[in-house]
Design a protein around this ligand. Structure first.
Ligand code: KG4
Ligand code: ZN
Length: 335
């Protein structure tokens, strides 16, 4: 089954987002309402606050996405929503709203995996990306090294054994009182520091495909405790360098091992300037494509949900209306 015009909805964490995408890659509108200000004073996302904000924001955001796309409700051919992984209350808001709209408009409902949506962000801007493709998916909740062998066909090479990369940025920033979310702040501060000032550990650097970031986080905490006057820019740059070194080295090895046609970044941490720069460097040196989605498509948005839905609908058809939110949903592995 196909549906050319899909309304995507994303409410898995702290962004309330809706988008209209045509044929899986033509973004007609993408509206993201961030709740960062609401959560900032708690230093992280408060699930109940997130759910309530989604309830208030979702319908205005959907209305704005429809108006900005310049389409009529009746032209929408399917409604897709993220149904996991994420915060259960937050997910339920988007899933329930999407089901209701699909019933009212009498169009298919498509339940989408948030991780798969992040992978499809790349195809929004580059629909003809060649495979096999190695994708480094790095967000606040996940760090995964994935080989995409064809549409909807993935192999997970490895993941984090403790903190996700974005989580490490957020925790280090919180410890250093730099604010929330930590990634963008550290990224900015690092531009004023020396990445070689402090040699933080590169855990599991030569040990398979998995990652570990809790050690480097503890090393930063210990360093700052011992050297309270350390230059904040140097600490930020050195920490960032340690994380990015491991991420890019493993992604590069993976690309070599599978004979990838390209290396692609996905997830919120893919917005990181140093990660983007280093990925471009290694891909240029090794002679294959680097694909870096625009920063707005790296962080949570609903255009990527609609893009994934376009592919899913063709293969699986509509999702049953009794499908629920699944906070610990995993990436479907086929082949
Ligand atoms: O994908 P995303 O928007 O939400 C999740 O699904 O988790 O990712 C959010 C994560 C946060 O941990 C945030 O600190 C991190 O992405 N992040 C960054 C940058 N921008 C966002 N990390 C490093 N550098 C950045 N520029
Ligand atoms: Zn995400």
């Amino acid at each position: 089954m196909t549906a050319d015009l899909i309304l995507g909805i994303e409410t898995s964490c702290d962004e309330t987002a809706a988008a209209i995408v045509a044929r899986g890659s033509d973004v007609m509108s993408s509206v993201v309402s961030s709740q960062i200000e609401l959560h900032r004073r708690y230093g992280g996302v408060v699930p109940e606050v997130a759910s309530r904000a989604h309830v208030e924001l979702l319908m205005p955001v959907v209305a704005q996405a429809i108006v900005e796309a310049g389409v009529e409700d009746r032209e929408i051919e399917a409604v897709a929503a993220t149904h996991g992984p994420g915060l259960v209350g937050a997910l339920l808001v988007g899933v329930s709203a999407a089901k209701a709209m699909s019933m009212v408009w009498d169009v298919p409902f498509v339940a989408i995996n948030h991780l798969e949506a992040h992978l499809y962000a790349a195809f929004l801007e580059e629909p003809d990306l060649e495979m096999p493709l190695v994708i480094l998916l790095v967000s606040g909740g996940h760090t995964m090294l994935i080989v995409m062998e064809g549409h909807l066909r993935y192999r997970v090479l490895g993941g984090t054994v403790d903190d996700a990369a974005g989580e490490a940025f957020d925790k280090v920033a919180r410890y250093m009182n730099l604010g929330y979310p930590g990634g963008p702040v550290i990224d900015e501060l690092a531009t004023q520091g020396d990445p070689a000032a402090i040699r933080f550990p590169r855990a599991m650097a030569n040990e398979g495909w998995d990652f570990s970031f809790s050690g480097v986080k503890t090393a930063v905490v210990n360093h700052v405790r011992k050297h309270p006057d350390a230059d904040v820019g140097d600490v930020a740059a050195s920490f960032q360098e340690a994380v990015i070194d491991v991420l890019v080295d493993k992604a590069r090895d993976a690309a070599r091992e599978v004979g990838a046609k390209g290396l692609c970044l996905a997830g919120g941490v893919a917005a990181n300037s140093r990660l983007r720069e280093k990925t471009l460097d290694v891909c240029a040196a090794d002679g294959y494509r680097a694909f870096l989605p625009s920063r707005a498509m790296c962080t949570d948005n609903a255009a990527m949900v609609a893009a994934a839905a376009w592919w899913r609908l063709q293969v699986d058809g509509p999702s049953p209306l009794d499908i629920g939110a699944d906070p610990s949903l995993r990436l479907p592995i086929v082949g």
